[in-house]
Structure formats: structure tokens, C-alpha cells
Ligand binder design. Structure first.
Ligand code: NAP
Length: 406
């Protein structure tokens, strides 16, 4: 099945009746489902939806700034590892596909206007960067490529050695390997995955500054840092982004991190913007998550525990109600809510499904009136989420301050 402009439409059927309706209507019009949704959701989008130029018009008109970088409002997270059988690639949540499908997913996203791709050394380890590198052959210059260092990995085998490693000489070694895997001569955005408490952040920022001088890295960011560490890093090498978990399910950054970003002019990238699938409507009160043969990460996350889920479904109901009101899918609504918070926020939803990737882009065309946003924020705030956002061992790596230089 193809669109009017010859692009193959995904054959992976979205699940909800609303999504099925969206897909059926899109198919009957010969356009991508996300584009239909985008157009249906926003008054004032007047693109002729039948042609390729319409797709470009819609995407080209909607950009965000992360520092000086110009990106489509919705990025793409590429966090995959080997599955339990040869050739199988798995995400963190039990979805599987294969490497050629992952490559096609990235290429199709870029074709549709996505130009912000997130990955990391530790995703796989190495596998996700290799897939991204393969997918971007010939289209590398169209994207802002973001990757991360900071976990302590054996550089030959990828084996996790336990803990963190942001020693300057290690960072430089990691970047050389990342450039090879990503098949590129520069990393547009290099992120410290977690603050290494044993290495002064000034030394980390200094190492990245050297890499920037060498032209191997273009921009610097931190993930889940302590707030003083943000200021200290920024003083040595200006930060382009902070990448933290942020969604309707976890609003922690609103207290301190978003205000600091606003003050210092730093962009913000949201990881798990769909609440690990929860906000997209893929979880119900009875959902249980596999620990074997491959761990679904939600099996160890307290807010997805059997005792927490029934109460937490109240948030899904808010998302569903508002999605209907805005003629959107729940995933689109959840992403649009993030985009509405600040003009310098960019979510990077992860998916293994072409249809979901296409659907998620439609969030870029959904807007809220100030009154709608106030009502929606109040409805979200009225839900008290049960259970921590991460297991304790992972949680303790967030909000960490690097040791001082003295
Ligand atoms: N800095 C960090 O420490 C950190 C931590 C975690 C993640 N990240 C980054 O953030 C990215 C996104 O986070 P995430 O993958 O953890 O969580 P997420 O984007 O909130 O959720 C991903 C889940 O949502 C599902 N999904 C996506 N679109 C959907 C749609 N339209 N309808 C229904 N289900 C949908 C996916 O399943 P399907 O495959 O079935 O679509 C998957 O199960 C990652 O890929 C990674 O790049 C960074």
C-alpha cells in the first residue's frame, strides 16, 4: 500500500478504535495517518494533504530551536538491544523487530521531516549506534545526531563494568568509537548519560570542549544532572540541552530544571515522553510485565507495579478524554502537551512500529488555547501518581552533583 506520493504506508495496524478509524480514513485519502491527524487537529493548517509537497509544507513550517539547532518538534529515540534470538532487536518494553526494520524506521522518519535522532553508547551496548549509523548513510547531513557517553563499558566487548565513567581520557576514547559506529565525522550533540560523582563536571566539560575544538563534537548536554552541576558545566562549555525524563506521568523537571534551562537559555529534551507507553494507552490496570527471557523494564518500575496501576489509570483517562476532544490519539495528545509547555522542549518518543512513529509526528500540529492548557494541566495535576518513576538503583543516579574540583 502506498500514499499518493509513492511512500509505502505502514502495514502495522494501530490498535485502538480511534487509531483504526484514523488509519482507515488516511488510507481512503491516500495520505499518512499522522498527517491526517495533524491536519484534522489544527485549525489553520491548510496544506493540500494529497501530495508530497504538503508533507514538506507541514513539517518545514514547524520547527523548534535547541540552542542554535533547528529541529522538527518531535524527535526519534533509538534505544534497542539484541533480543533472545539471533537477528531480533528488542526495545526496553518487550517490543521486537529486526535490524532492517529498525533501519527503515529511521529512514522513513527522516523522510517525513524528523531531524533529531537520539541514541547512546550503552543502548545495546553499541547496537543502537550501529543501526543509526547504517540508517543514516547518505542522509547524515539531514539530521541532528545525538548520542551519550558515561556508563563504564569495556570498549572492546561492550560488557558493562558496573558504574559510571566520565574520566576525560575515557570520554575521548568513547567518542572515537562512537564516530566509527555512527559512520560519521562528528556528533552533533554529545550527552553525559549520568553525572559521574567522582569526576568534577569541569573536567567533563573541558574534555567535551576539546572535542568541540577538534570538530568531533558540535554541542554538549547532560542527562538527569544535579542543578548545581548544570551551572558548573555551563560555565566551562555552554550546554545546548538537558535531557531528562518528562511527561504527564513524571513532571519533576518543572520544579527546578526547566526554570534553570529558561534562565540559561538551554533547550530541553524529554526522554520517555510517553511514560514508557503508558500515556499512549498501551497499559491497563491488569498489565503485567515480563522479567524473562528479556526484561521489560516496567517490570521493575514501581509506578507499573500491580498495586500502583489501578490508581494510575486515572491519568490514562484524562489523556483519553482530551485526545477525543482534540481529535487526536492518546500518544499525540501526550506529546502535544509537552510541546505546549515551552517552545524549547523536544520529546524523543521511542517505537518499534512504523505506524506509531508516523502517528507521533502528528503531535506537532496540535495546539491548545491558554484556557484549554489550563484545564488540561489542572486535570493532570489532580491525579496523584502512585509509585516511583524508576527502581532505586537507577533513581540514585539522577539529580547527582559531581564532586568539586578542589
Ligand atoms: N537519557 C536517558 O537516561 C534516557 C532514558 C530512557 C530513554 N531515553 C531515550 O528516550 C527515548 C524514548 O523513551 P522510551 O522509549 O523509554 O519511552 P517512551 O517514548 O515514553 O515510550 C516508548 C513506548 O511507547 C510505545 N509507543 C510509542 N509510540 C506509540 C504510539 N503512537 N502508540 C502506542 N504506543 C506507542 C512504544 O511501543 P511500540 O514499539 O510498540 O511503539 C514503547 O513501548 C528512548 O528511545 C531513548 O532514546 C533516554
Amino acid at each position: 500500500m502506498t500514499t499518493a506520493n509513492g511512500h509505502a504506508l505502514s502495514n502495522q495496524e494501530p490498535q485502538s478504535p480511534q487509531r483504526r478509524h484514523l488509519l482507515a480514513t488516511a488510507v481512503s485519502l491516500g495520505i499518512a495517518p499522522w498527517l491526517l491527524s495533524a491536519c484534522a487537529s489544527q485549525a489553520g493548517v491548510t496544506a493540500n494533504v494529497a501530495g508530497d509537497s504538503a508533507t514538506r509544507q507541514l513539517t518545514a513550517g514547524q520547527r523548534r530551536k535547541l540552542g542554535t539547532l533547528d529541529v522538527f518538534p518531535v524527535g526519534l529515540g533509538c534505544q534497542w538491544r539484541p533480543g533472545s534470538a539471533p537477528g531480533v532487536v528488542v526495545d526496553s518494553y518487550s517490543s521486537t523487530f529486526d535490524r532492517p526494520s529498525a533501519v527503515r524506521l529511521i529512514q522513513r522518519a527522516v523522510d517525513l521531516g524528523v531531524n533529531f535522532i537520539d541514541t547512546a553508547e550503552v543502548y545495546g551496548p553499541f547496537l543502537s549506534e550501529e543501526i543509526v549509523g547504517e540508517a543514516l548513510q547518505g542522509i547524515r547531513n539531514k539530521v541532528v545526531l545525538e548520542t551519550k557517553f558515561g556508563m563504564d563499558l569495556d570498549q572492546k566487548t561492550g560488557k558493562r563494568l558496573g558504574g559510571l565513567n566520565s574520566r576525560p581520557e575515557h570520554i575521548k576514547q568513547v567518542v572515537e568509537a562512537q564516530l566509527r559506529r555512527l559512520r560519521t565525522d562528528r556528533i552533533d550533540m554529545l550527552i553525559q548519560h549520568r553525572v559521574d560523582p567522582n569526576v568534577p563536571i569541569e573536567d567533563v566539560a573541558g574534555a567535551v570542549k576539546d572535542l568541540i575544538s577538534d570538530g568531533k563534537v558540535l554541542h554538549f548536554g547532560l542527562s538527569e544532572p544535579g542543578v548545581q552541576t548544570i551551572r558548573r558545566a555551563h560555565a566551562v562549555q555552554p550546554l545546548t540541552v538537558i535531557q531528562n525524563e518528562y511527561s504527564m506521568l513524571w513532571r519533576g523537571p518543572e520544579a527546578q530544571v526547566l526554570p534553570i534551562c529558561e534562565e540559561l537559555g538551554i533547550g530541553f529534551v524529554c526522554w520517555s515522553p510517553l511514560g514508557m507507553g503508558f500515556l499512549a494507552g498501551t497499559v491497563n490496570a491488569d498489565s503485567r510485565f515480563a522479567k524473562e527471557p528479556v526484561l521489560d523494564f516496567r517490570a521493575v518500575v514501581p509506578r507499573f507495579a500491580p498495586e500502583a496501576l489501578p490508581a494510575n489509570m486515572a491519568l490514562v483517562n484524562v489523556v483519553r478524554t482530551w485526545a477525543q476532544r482534540k481529535n487526536a490519539t492518546p500518544a499525540q495528545l501526550a506529546l502535544a502537551w509537552l510541546l505546549a509547555q515551552k517552545p524549547w522542549i523536544v520529546p524523543i518518543p521511542g517505537t518499534t512500529k512504523m505506524a506509531h512513529m508516523e502517528e507521533n509526528l502528528g503531535a506537532a500540529a496540535i495546539s491548545f488555547t491558554p484556557d484549554e492548557l489550563q484545564q488540561l494541566n489542572a486535570a493532570v495535576a489532580a491525579v496523584s501518581i502512585q509509585g516511583a518513576r524508576l527502581p532505586p538503583a537507577v533513581m540514585q543516579m539522577s539529580g547527582v552533583e559531581a564532586r568539586s574540583k578542589s
